[in-house]
Design a binder for this molecule. Sequence first.
Ligand SMILES: [Zn+2]
Length: 276
Amino acid sequence: MTPSPRLLLTIDYESWFAPSRRYDFLPPETRYQLDGERSRHALDPILEIFDDSKVTFYLVGEMVGWFPELPEKISKAGHEVGFHCHIHRRLNDAKEIEKDLIASSDWIQQYNARGYRAPMINTVEEVYPLLARHNFTYSSSQYAPAGVTVDKGGVWEIPVSTLPLLSTPTRFTAPRHMNLKLVTGGEFPYGSSFTSGLFRRTVYKIIERDLKAGKSPVIFLHPYEIVTPKGYPQNFIVDMIHHPLLFPFTFNKSKFLKDLLKNFPASTMQDYVNEL
Ligand SMILES: [Zn+2]
């Protein structure tokens, strides 16, 4: 069955430094200090923006350890709590992915988190049987055209949306992440906040068009793109100088978000998956 079209708005709830790989292997205590409670303070104003629209938050597990009220408040407000790995870093080995998952298993069970979003939307095919074993119902860890849903042996893959400009791809094997191959293959990855940072109007129009065509676009934003953290993006400048492609992640997209919520129906990913 094709669910009625809606915007599948998702928030990858990670700290302001997560787009840079420079912090991945620091001691957890150092990352906690770098966050400086910014992720805790961002949640209430973000929840206020959503009001009656229900969306999906993928949480970084170590942050749930820092601020246990994050999943509590999100779930109490009627949104979906999903999993965005325990420590935010590249995970491309099944054993590492499982270890990471087990590190967060307590709160995953407590909040009945059934959706998985791989860091950097970059995963491997082995992730699907592993998610099935751990009772996840779906993953959103590839890029693919809006409307694509792939049954991966009992776990759905609901990709972050692209717009195919050349031919429409037919094979959806992980990894399908944002790289030159994806873009030169003719896919415009409009679901990424990198893209909405650079081409806000265009992305808005594509969402409108895909919804009219009966598709349900999957897009993601980050908390630091909705509520600008204290001292940001100044404290991210060294990272941006080394990697100018990080720049669009630092733009505030709260107006874009409000426009979307005002004009399009939204639902959680799990509600969508239940209708498949
Ligand atoms: Zn992330």
